[in-house]
Each structure stands twice: as C-alpha cells, then as structure tokens.
Design a protein around this ligand. Structure first.
Ligand code: AMP
Length: 113
C-alpha cells in the first residue's frame, strides 16, 4: 500500500466506496465521474504506478484484469455479449490522474472513435 494513493486507500477500506465487485487480487469500483452508463475501474490491489511500470512478474495480474473485464461484460448485459471499451491512460499527458494502475471499463452507449 502507498499511503498517499487514493486507490490504495479505497482498497484498504479507508475511504467509503461500495465495490462493484471484489476478488483477492482485484477491486472493481464505479467511476465517480462516469463517462458512460457503465463506467467501472478495474484495479489490482497491489500498488503499481502505471502500465509502463508493470514488471514481468505482474503480467498474470494484468491478464487477470482482462479476465475480470470479460466477466463484467457478461454480467453487464445479463449474460448477453455486450460491446465495451477498455482503456488505460499512462502518464498525465495521456489523461492519467490517479497513479495506481487501473483499467476503465466503459459500456452502455455508442462509442465514437
Ligand atoms: P485516470 O484519469 O485514467 O487516471 O482515471 C482516474 C479515474 O478515477 C477518473 O475517471 C476519476 O473520475 C476516477 N476517480 C477519482 N477518484 C475516485 C473515487 N474516489 N472513486 C471513484 N472514482 C474515482
């Protein structure tokens, strides 16, 4: 845990957030400023600064994030396959504002570009 990291605080239960779903290694929460009807954040419980900081040993965890996204997609449309977008921002210049690795899961509207 990184003590000045907002997502580490959420993971540690120090900030009031109702998880969307939780696993031993991954927490999924609703984005506080949703950009789509379904906008979730899939984050490893382990603090990793960004996708560029991912080490070889973390790769199974990154793969797990994608597996979790697949599971959410199934739940999201009551078992029917749905369209969704996965997005990871790396660095402030690319729009990253929270420096704890997370994947945006967006669904429920027609996406442009
Ligand atoms: P990024 O800009 O890619 O780093 O994404 C960070 C996301 O975290 C943004 O979409 C924010 O709206 C979201 N966010 C920041 N603080 C919270 C919070 N306390 N609970 C839920 N989502 C948050």
């Amino acid at each position: 845990m990184k003590t000045d990291c907002i997502f580490c605080k959420i993971i540690a239960g120090q900030l009031p957030t109702k998880p969307y779903t939780e696993y031993d290694d991954i927490l999924v929460i609703r984005d506080i400023a949703p950009k789509a009807p379904t906008h979730l954040l899939i984050m490893p419980k382990k603090h990793i600064h960004d996708i560029a900081s991912v080490e070889a040993g973390d790769m199974p965890l990154v793969a797990r994030m994608i597996t979790v996204a697949q599971e959410i997609a199934q739940d999201n449309d009551k078992g029917k396959k749905t369209d969704f977008r996965l997005m990871i921002n790396n660095g402030a210049g690319a729009g990253q504002s929270v420096f704890h690795l997370h994947m945006h899961f967006l669904a429920g509207k027609q996406m442009s570009e």
